[in-house]
Write a protein that binds this ligand. Structure first.
Ligand code: 8YV
Length: 329
């Protein structure tokens, strides 16, 4: 304990280097173990804290902020910040940071890997082999869909979307089409060879549709029954963004009736719970929210979140603030 140092909470088990770095500046209360604090536990642990080092599992609401008036900075080790009420933070002069850029390429690698695994039925094939179901060969045995030279659709053309587009265009000769809230500048479209479409046209044209858009009230269930109905029966749907973007019941029904060919999902509406309807389907590849999970990337994310917190509470400019209008302490 150091009465002079500001107090901060590390809300999840973090790399030793992060605890060390933060301990050099702050009086650190570090949660041990991998359990997630309940909202009440989080509120209790945040009492008297000036800073919170969190991940995507801790919800920061206006109500919580009102109950933690000393809180000045919330730094999340994630690029997504749908778990933080940014407007409520800004209104209360609480600085908020996230961890963009450092995970872009790693997440794009995984998005593409999930696309490949889904289109080429890799999980289905492995399950069949392990279960002793590989007895012979037939011309259409586990025949999937082509990735090379097909049409890659990207919904949400931010940093990660563009990194996936590059993989598709330059690595696999794919035609890239996209939809985004705002259209990319002409030079960026030319560099990626990407064509802007309406959301409806994107759904109609994509052979493989990758979801990489931020989650918000506006994007909640933006892929539901009506949208899936526009997709090709041979199409695959890949989600590496947030589970709530897809209506999972509608998706499960479409996969069951083979109205689309397959889906690859790294994110789910009720994580870590997975909709039971998805678990029984052969034509869906399911992974436990690991798109950014390489050791170098996770360490980079953790380090950036720590740098942000140090800056926010020591009067420096945090590298990746989400509300730069809130000045550091
Ligand atoms: C993280 C993510 O694994 O950065 C994000 O937004 O979804 C993932 O990279 C997770 O949210 C950890 O906080």
């Amino acid at each position: 304990m150091d009465a002079l140092k500001p107090k901060v909470l590390i809300a999840r088990r973090a790399p030793a280097a992060v605890v060390e770095k933060l301990s050099a500046h702050f009086d650190v209360d570090a949660v041990q173990g991998d359990g997630v604090l309940t909202p009440d536990e989080l509120l209790a642990r945040l009492q008297g804290k000036a800073g919170a080092y969190i991940t995507g599992t801790e919800r920061i609401t206006g109500e919580l902020l009102d109950a933690c008036p000393e809180l000045r900075a919330v730094c999340t080790m994630s690029v997504g910040y749908n778990h933080i009420d940014l407007a409520a933070c800004t209104a209360r002069r609480v600085l908020v940071t996230n961890t963009p850029d450092v995970l872009t390429e790693t997440t794009a690698d995984f998005g593409f890997a999930l696309l490949m695994a889904t289109a080429r039925r890799m999980s289905e094939g492995e399950r069949l082999l392990r279960d002793g179901g590989w007895k012979s060969w037939s011309w259409d045995f586990l025949a999937g869909s082509d990735v090379y030279s097909s049409t890659l659709g990207i919904l949400g053309m931010g940093r990660i979307g563009q990194a996936i587009a590059r993989r598709g265009r330059f690595g696999f000769g794919m035609k890239v089409v996209y939809h985004n809230r705002s259209r990319l500048p002409a030079e960026a479209e030319a560099e990626l060879g990407a064509r802007y479409l309406t959301k409806e046209e994107l759904l109609r044209q994509a052979d493989h549709l990758v979801l990489v858009l931020p989650y918000s009230a506006q994007s909640h269930h933006c892929i539901a029954a009506a949208e899936i109905a526009l997709m090709k029966p041979t199409a695959t749907l890949i989600n590496v963004a947030r589970g709530g973007i897809v209506d999972e019941d509608a998706l499960a029904a479409a996969l069951r009736e083979q109205r689309i060919a397959a889906a690859g999902l790294d994110v789910f509406e009720g994580e870590p719970r997975v909709n039971p309807a998805l678990l029984t389907l052969p034509n869906v590849v399911l992974t436990p929210h690991i798109a950014s999970a390489t050791m170098p990337t996770r360490l980079a994310m953790a380090g950036l979140a720590a740098d942000n917190l140090v800056a926010a509470l020591t009067g420096a400019t945090p590298p990746t603030s989400l509300n730069p209008e809130v000045l550091p302490l």
